[in-house]
Design a protein around this ligand. Sequence first.
Ligand SMILES: [Zn+2]
Length: 88
Amino acid sequence: MPIDKMIEKAYDLLRKRRVEYIGEGTYNVVGEHGTYTVIRRIDGAVNCNCPGFIRRGRCSHSLAVIMLNQPSLLKSIQKEIEKASSRR
Ligand SMILES: [Zn+2]
């Protein structure tokens, strides 16, 4: 999946409130193909248990958690996506 598609997907997960903090750095993310667990360490590194992350080390679920913890990043992504969708 290209990175911009992944960002769009991650943003969509947040927008639809499919990312839920369940405590101790752990998030439940309801993805298209199942519910996954994303762990965010104190140093900001994230880990997801979905097949995509295990294979490639990145996925929309873990990205959504990163965005959730970086409001300025989330805002700039939001702006980009709104710009892109208004061009369509
Ligand atoms: Zn994942």
